[in-house]
Design a protein around this ligand. Sequence first.
Ligand code: ZN
Length: 500
Amino acid sequence: MLDVATNYYEDLYREKPIDVSLWSSLFDGLPKLGVQDRALLDCEITVKECLDALRSMPDGKTPGDDGIPTETWRVVFPLIGSQYVKMLNIAKEKGRFKPDFLRALLTLLKKKNKFDGQMKDFRPLSLMNIDYKILSKVLSTRLRKVLGNIIHQDQTCSIPGRAIHDNIYLIRSIIDYQQRIRDPIGLILWDQEKAFDRVNHRYLVGVLEAFGFGSEFISWVKLLYANGSFRIKINNSISIPISFNSGVRQGCSLSGGLFIISLEPLLHRIRSNQAIPGILPPGGQYSNIRQVVLANKNNINPDHVRIKTIAYADDNNEPSIYWQLINRQYFRRPICEVRNPHLKDISFFRLLRESLPNRQLDFWLLLANFGIHTRSRLGHNDISRQCLLCPAVETPAHLFINCPILVGLFDILNNRIQSICGHKLNKAIMDVVYLKEILQMSPNRLTRRNMVFLIGCYLHTIWTFRNVVRHQCHQHQGLDPCIAARQFLAATKHLPFDNG
Ligand SMILES: [Zn+2]
């Protein structure tokens, strides 16, 4: 077993031939890192940064090749911190670490739902020594602060404020919307096998240079990736050291960021290809909302908001999303229900299921089941926490009920609810998010279904509006979300949400 694994990984992590002549056309027109961002990445590493990195690591994790756990490091670091930083700087000056620093222990995890006894069905996880992890954590913490500025909105993996679910939700909205307007589209789903393990190290450095990363940061990356080796551990046997000459390490905090950077030039090439038409983002179920938001005012060229690529890591929490999209039967079922099959026995969710079209239902289940799953994506960092339309913090209650810019829409909803069942919602958060109170006050089943549908449409419309505006503001710094919101409100004023 160990021999099979050793042969397999020796081959996988061997450097593969690449065509360097393609680089210049691939890197052409990439955005450049700003001066401040570059300075942030390039500044001297401090003892405090290292200590913060060490503190952020979870306890109780399996240690790396040297067997020293995080807990021990935390005790001794105040004594050796300055020596540690000195060691890093000496290594950078010399251009290499001592081999022990980069030595990892590779353990193999079986991929869920997908295992037919082949080596490729294992996920290789590098157990790195903590001294390595401190440095990579410091670098990845810095990198995360700048990634959003150079990586297009299309990529949602490993970037603060973006979530894999954003893209899954967007794909579903696009398919759903196109079906609704009977405009057939084709999607090409491309799953990269062993994606992390196939990043060429020379290419990675080339991409970093093309994005305008500074020499210091690039030196650190080179240091971490030069002369690395690992040993495979299976049961209690450990293999001979294997050179690590290809790929970013799974299990290293820097690898997600480096991977999306290395993927970006390809996506950029696709985006700038005029022969690929792409698709406009779905703007809710009402065509006049879509026209208003996408109108050619504010000098928005519709070509610039077209979506041509969507990239995300599909094997974290949604192992079968790829197949769900292909398989219509699964596709019609909302993602949350698939992930949480126990929901189908709860009468509240059965009512939702009966009342709402798939698209709203998906959103509803996210909302109700996770207390709005979007809470996490709304509040990942300070930038995303602020409301698009006003200076307040964007909580679900703010977005759907209290935001002064959209509050007129909530009043329309409330009036409709009153006309259906004779009651008004009070502005307590739970009314909209959990619906329990509303369902209790409407005895009649048909009324309840109407109300669920009404509120589902309301929430979905606001959410879609927010996503479209957000998407556009990202691409067109000049677009004022408040103007878009006013146009949106004007367009929705006369729309009954319960018209389908
Ligand atoms: Zn607001």
